[in-house]
Design a protein around this ligand. Structure first.
Ligand code: HEM
Ligand code: HEM
Ligand SMILES: [Fe+2]
Length: 457
C-alpha cells in the first residue's frame, strides 16, 4: 500500500462481500418460491424477498465502487485522500442506513414502512430497484455528496490521470441520475421515462465508465503496460459507451406509451451497445498478451479477463437478444429479461468488484505480492464455480423465457396459456436454475474460504 488512506477501502470491500452473500441467499429463497409458492410464507413473501435481493445487489455494488475508488484514487493522484475521516464516517452512515432499510423491508409491511418514513410528504417508494424509503434515498444523496467531495478534492489536488477523470465523471453521473428517483410523476408513461433515466443510465452509461476505469487500473497494475497505451483504449471504450448508451435508453420506450419513432431510435442505437463491451475483451486480452511484468498475483488478471468476457456475454449478447423492437414485442418482461438481468449484473458489476478486491485486498492485508499460490488456487476454483453457476442460472432462465414466450405469447389465438399455467409448465426448468444457484453459493463460500488459507513461509 503506497498511501495509508487507501486502507479505508478494506471495510467497504468486506461489507460489499457480506451483502453479496445476503443477496445470493435471498436469490435462492426466490428461486425456491418459484417451485414451492408458499415457501417461507407468510414470513418472507416473494415481493419482499425480491426487493431485498435486488436492493442488496445495488447497495453492494455501490459499496464496491466506493471501495475501489478509495483504493485507486490516492494511488493515481499520488497523494493521500482529502479526508480519510470523512470516508470512515460515511461508511458507517451508509452501512447503518442500508441495514436499517433491509430490516425495515423484512419486518415491517411495506405500506406501514411508507407511512412510518413519511412517504406521503415526498412520495418516491414503490418502483423496482428504487423501493427505498425517501429518507434512505436522502441518506444516499448525502453519502454520495460527501464521497464525491472527498474524491474530487483528492483528484483536483493531485496528479490527474485519464482513469481518475473517467471514474469521477462516472461517479458524478451516478449521483446526478439518482436524483430522478425523487421525481415520480402521476402519469404512468412519464413515470417510466424517469425510472429508466435512473436504471438504464446507470447500468448502460455512468456505471460503464466506472467499470472501464477500474478495469484499466487493475490491468495497468498487473501487466506493467504504460498508461499511454491504456488511455487510448479507455477513450475509445467510453466514447462508444456514451454514443450508444445514452440514446440507447430508447430500447425501453417501445411499448410503454412513448412515440413510435423510439422503435427505430431505440433499436438502432442500442444495437451498438455491445461494442464497448466487446472492446473491453480486446482491451483485457491484448494487455494480458503484451504484459511486461510477471506479477505473482495471477488471479487478479484472471478476474479482469473474466469480467470483460462475462460482461460482454451478459450485457452485449444477452442484451442484444431482445433489444430490437420486433423481438422485444414478444420478449418484454419475460424470464428472458431476467436471464439478461442476471448475467449482465453479475458479469459486469459483480465481477469488476471481485477484480479490484482480488488485486487490492492482498495488498491491504500486507501481502504486496498477492496471496499464496494455494489461496489463489482456491480462489480460481471459486471463480469457475461462480461463473459456471451464473451461466447455468442464465441458460435455465433463457430456456424458461423461450418456453414462456412460446406458450403464452407466440401461441395462436385460443391456444395461448395464461400466465400462471405457463409458469406451472416451466417448473422443471426452475429446478435446474435452483441447482445452479446453489453452485453459485458454494462458489462464494469457497471464495470466502480462500481468505483464510494460511500463508506458507
Ligand atoms: C450475483 C448473483 C445474482 C445477481 C447479480 C442477480 C440479479 C438479479 C436481478 C438484476 C434481478 C431483477 C431481474 C429483472 O427485473 O429482470 C433478480 C431477480 C431475481 N433473482 Fe437474482 N441475482 C443473482 C443471483 C440469483 C440466484 C442465485 C438466484 C436463484 C437461484 C436468483 C433468483 C432470482 C429470482 C427468482 C428473481 C425474481 C425474478 C422475478 O421477478 O420473477 N438470483 N436477480
Ligand atoms: C452491464 C450492463 C447492463 C445491465 C446491468 C443490464 C441490466 C438490465 C436489467 C436488470 C433489466 C431488467 C429491467 C426491468 O426490471 O425491467 C434490463 C432490461 C433490458 N436490457 Fe439490459 N442491462 C445491461 C446492458 C444492456 C445492453 C448492452 C443491452 C442491449 C444491447 C440491453 C438491453 C436490454 C433491454 C432491451 C431490456 C428490456 C427488456 C424487456 O423489455 O423486458 N441491456 N437490463
Ligand atoms: Fe437499457
Amino acid at each position: 500500500m503506497k498511501y495509508t488512506s487507501q486502507s479505508v477501502a478494506k471495510k467497504y470491500f468486506i461489507f460489499a462481500l457480506m451483502l453479496l452473500a445476503g443477496e445470493i441467499l435471498f436469490g435462492l429463497v426466490l428461486g425456491t418460491q418459484y417451485i414451492a409458492g408458499d415457501f417461507l410464507f407468510p414470513e418472507i413473501p416473494f415481493n419482499v424477498a425480491r426487493m431485498v435481493h435486488t436492493n442488496l445487489l445495488i447497495v453492494l455494488i455501490l459499496f464496491g465502487f466506493m471501495g475501489a475508488t478509495y483504493y485507486l484514487v490516492p494511488e493515481e493522484s499520488e497523494r493521500e485522500l482529502w479526508s480519510p475521516a470523512l470516508a470512515n464516517i460515511m461508511f458507517w452512515v451508509f452501512a447503518a442506513a442500508g441495514v436499517a432499510t433491509i430490516l425495515g423491508y423484512l419486518f415491517v409491511p411495506y405500506a406501514t414502512l411508507a407511512d412510518l418514513t413519511g412517504n406521503d410528504l415526498l412520495p418516491t417508494m414503490g418502483r423496482e430497484f428504487l423501493e427505498q424509503p425517501t429518507i434512505t434515498k436522502i441518506g444516499i444523496v448525502i453519502v454520495a455528496l460527501a464521497f464525491i467531495l472527498n474524491i474530487a478534492m483528492t483528484v483536483i489536488k493531485g496528479r490527474k490521470t485519464v482513469i481518475t477523470v473517467v471514474l469521477l465523471t462516472g461517479l458524478l453521473g451516478l449521483a446526478v441520475f439518482f436524483l430522478f428517483a425523487f421525481y415520480v410523476p402521476d402519469n404512468l408513461v412519464m413515470d417510466k421515462f424517469f425510472w429508466w433515466y435512473v436504471v438504464h443510465l446507470w447500468v448502460e452509461a455512468t456505471w460503464e465508465l466506472i467499470l472501464g476505469a477500474i478495469l484499466a487500473f487493475v490491468l495497468i497494475k498487473v501487466t506493467g503496460i504504460d498508461r499511454e497505451h491504456t488511455d487510448k483504449w479507455l477513450y475509445l471504450i467510453i466514447a462508444m459507451t456514451l454514443i450508444s448508451g445514452i440514446v440507447g435508453t430508447g430500447h425501453h420506450f417501445f411499448f410503454m406509451g412513448a412515440p413510435s419513432y423510439w422503435m427505430w431510435i431505440g433499436s438502432i442505437s442500442s444495437a451498438i451497445e455491445p461494442l464497448p463491451f466487446f472492446l473491453m475483451i480486446l482491451f483485457a486480452f491484448s494487455m494480458a498478451k503484451q504484459k511486461r511484468i510477471d506479477t505473482e498475483n495471477k488471479i487478479a488478471l484472471t478476474w479482469a479477463k473474466g469480467t470483460a468476457v462475462m460482461g460482454f456475454l451478459g450485457a452485449g449478447v444477452w442484451g442484444f437478444l431482445h433489444t430490437l423492437a420486433p423481438v422485444n414485442y414478444y420478449t418484454h418482461g419475460t424470464q428472458l429479461t431476467a436471464a439478461h438481468g442476471h448475467l449482465s449484473f453479475y458479469g459486469a458489476y459483480i465481477m469488476i468488484i471481485f477484480t479490484i478486491i482480488s488485486y487490492a485486498m492482498p495488498i491491504l492485508r500486507g501481502r504486496p505480492h498477492g496471496n499464496s499460490a494455494k489461496a489463489q488456487k482456491r480462489e480460481l476454483a471459486a471463480f469457475w464455480m461462480m461463473n459456471i453457476g451464473m451461466v447455468g442460472v442464465t441458460l435455465a432462465l433463457t430456456a424458461a423465457g423461450v418456453m414462456q414466450i412460446m406458450l403464452q405469447r407466440w401461441a395462436s389465438d385460443g391456444t395461448a396459456l395464461n400466465f400462471m399455467d405457463t409458469q406451472a409448465h416451466i417448473v422443471p426448468v426452475y429446478m435446474i436454475r435452483l441447482v445452479f444457484g446453489l453452485l453459485v453459493l458454494s462458489g462464494l463460500l469457497t471464495y470466502f474460504s480462500s481468505f483464510f488459507v494460511k500463508e506458507e513461509k
